[in-house]
Design a protein around this ligand. Structure first.
Ligand SMILES: *[C@@H]1O[C@H](CO)[C@@H](O)[C@H](O)[C@H]1NC(C)=O
Ligand SMILES: *[C@@H]1O[C@H](CO)[C@@H](O)[C@H](O)[C@H]1NC(C)=O
Ligand SMILES: *[C@@H]1O[C@H](CO)[C@@H](O)[C@H](O)[C@H]1NC(C)=O
Ligand SMILES: *[C@@H]1O[C@H](CO)[C@@H](O)[C@H](O)[C@H]1NC(C)=O
Ligand SMILES: *[C@@H]1O[C@H](CO)[C@@H](O)[C@H](O)[C@H]1NC(C)=O
Length: 482
């Protein structure tokens, strides 16, 4: 009676639309009562594409007790849901819980979504990790000459895949792998947390990645990659725990991410020595913005050292680094070949750094002894502007290659506050050429000052890249469980 009167009042006050909403609500409540014991799981999230079909890992026998292996449940789920690839795609939900799993592979037109209290725990049983061949652009694994363990979440030859969540967690339980690595006990290269190969239209967002065995996120031979809202945490002394490594990829956008790690926060790569040269696939059209990095023994952004397929058109903006070895570092060597060109960095705020800028032309590590020492890298068109740094030991250490100078370096509007215990000579430069303006302390003679009117001298492209035009949609997940 009360309800009926209320509804009538509402009709008079706000009209028919409200009535419909109320009726729907009442029916909804009755429906929920009639199906006692059923839970309606429904939420929204933002993604490049939404899916028509939904399932939960629990539908495939998944058990989130932190002890039971879910490798088969995940693989069964993906295999089952792959039937919807051409019928609107599918989303797989991982509810709150601790989901122990080894490596599993994703499919196309697919979304993996982690609840905020869902934790994927990486298995420490090596038989749960398939072994893949070495990457063709590297010729060998980085930890061992043989193959490499597939990443925890793996995809190859895919299109349109989203890995996201309400900041759910992927915990690599890396200590096990780091110890085996340090003891030289690994037969194969350590796995990464997320890797996509030969894939297109990939989104990785709103997740926390903890204690990766090695690199965290590795898109390779892929294009149109969006990485957004990722928190990456690993001990600052853990081996090779790079944050995000775009490798021979085109059109990549990395933004709004926070990384604390034992290696470079972002490491841009494109293959190693003769293998990278013959594979010949550059990383280009890369945007990095609103990144915060803490990495006391490595760089906020590294270019190389494996850059033999080339690195071109990298745009980094609004970068913060705290207690980090260097801001931007170019690493290369004789034998690498390839190029690093058209690099644009604008807006860095740096606190407590060893070096703000570092270029290394004699980075020693080689894939094997068959590299061609005459294969010289071309390092050209490196633009750094609008940078504030404090507590810095040394402003810059720029070391090109004798007979192969690094050229067209431009550094402008940079203010570096030196640490109390700073090195006496703030800049050292060899085999580099370029210009500067409005840089303090005064740069080396190889970067002559163009006068204060040239303070905006260094380029930063104005036109956006195609990856900047990706439109995100609001997607809904709706499932009933008994
Ligand atoms: C994936 O794509 C690459 C490059 O196009 C190709 O060489 C490879 O055979 C493909 N692999 C599979 C499993 O289809
Ligand atoms: C995600 O979780 C991490 C770890 O708990 C936290 O540090 C971070 O602030 C969270 N991010 C967001 C956007 O809530
Ligand atoms: C995902 O992260 C972005 C920032 O990258 C944030 O704007 C958005 O609100 C987050 N979405 C969810 C569902 O947590
Ligand atoms: C110089 O850089 C600072 C940031 O460090 C920025 O706020 C300022 O606008 C820049 N000046 C010019 C002339 O671009
Ligand atoms: C400056 O850097 C040193 C390490 O080089 C550190 O111990 C000290 O706390 C830093 N000071 C400030 C004010 O951040």
């Amino acid at each position: 009676m009360e309800l009926a009167r209320m509804i009538l009042m509402r009709i008079q006050v706000t009209g028919i639309a409200t009535l419909l909403v109320l009726v729907a609500l009442i029916l909804g409540q009755k429906g929920a009562e009639a199906r006692k014991g059923r839970i309606l799981e429904s939420f929204e999230y933002i993604a490049m594409s939404c899916r028509a079909h939904s399932a939960s890992i629990t539908d495939f026998g998944g058990i989130g007790d932190g002890k039971t292996s879910n490798t088969k449940a995940f693989q069964d789920a993906v295999n089952h849901l792959s039937q919807y690839a051409n019928g609107g795609g599918a989303q797989l939900y991982v509810p709150a819980g601790q989901w122990l799993t080894g490596s599993f592979s994703l499919t196309s037109h697919f979304t993996l979504y982690l609840h905020k209290d869902a934790v994927l725990l990486a298995s420490q049983d090596m038989s749960e990790w398939p072994v893949l061949k070495a990457l063709p652009s590297y010729g060998r694994g980085r930890d061992a000459a043989g193959g490499r363990f597939a990443s925890l979440i793996f995809g190859t030859n895919l299109t349109d895949v989203v890995v996201t969540g309400a900041n759910g967690t992927i915990d690599g339980q890396g200590a096990f792998w780091w110890q085996n690595f340090h003891k030289g006990k690994l037969k194969y290269t350590r796995p990464y947390l997320i890797e996509f190969m030969y894939s297109d239209n990939i989104q990785i967002s709103n997740l926390t990645l903890l204690n990766s065995p090695s690199w965290n996120v590795h898109p390779v031979y892929s294009s149109n990659i969006l990485v957004q809202g990722i928190t990456i945490i690993a001990p600052i002394t853990s081996p090779n725990t790079d944050g995000i490594n775009p490798d021979s990829c085109t059109n990549v956008r990395i933004e709004d991410s926070y990384i604390v790690s034992g290696d470079d926060c972002i490491a841009v790569k494109s293959g190693w020595d003769e293998y990278g040269i013959s594979f010949g696939m550059p990383t280009k059209q890369l945007v990095i913005r609103r990144l915060t990095c803490i990495s006391p023994y490595s760089a906020a952004i590294a270019l190389g050292s494996e850059m033999s397929g080339g690195i071109e058109d990298v745009r980094a903006e609004d970068i913060t680094a705290i207690h980090t070895e260097s801001g931007v570092r170019i690493k290369t060597a004789r034998g690498r070949g390839g190029f690093v060109k058209d690099i644009y960095v604008k807006g860095m705020t740096l606190h407590t750094m060893k070096w703000v800028f570092w270029m290394t032309g004699n980075y020693k590590a080689h894939a094997d002894n068959h590299y061609d020492p005459k294969a010289l890298p071309v390092i050209q068109g490196i633009n750094y502007r609008d940078i504030m740094a404090d507590n810095v030991s040394m402003a810059a250490r720029l070391e090109g290659i004798e007979g192969d100078p690094f050229t067209q370096i431009c550094i402008s509007n940079v203010t570096i506050g030196m640490a109390a215990k700073a090195k006496k000579v703030p800049w050292t430069c060899t085999d580099v050429e370029g210009i500067s303006s409005g840089v303090s302390p005064r740069p080396c003679d190889q970067l002559p000052d163009q006068g204060p009117e040239k303070i905006t001298a260094c380029d930063f492209p104005a036109e956006p890249l195609s990856i900047d035009r990706v439109v995100l949609k609001s997607c809904t997940y709706r499932m009933k469980y008994t």
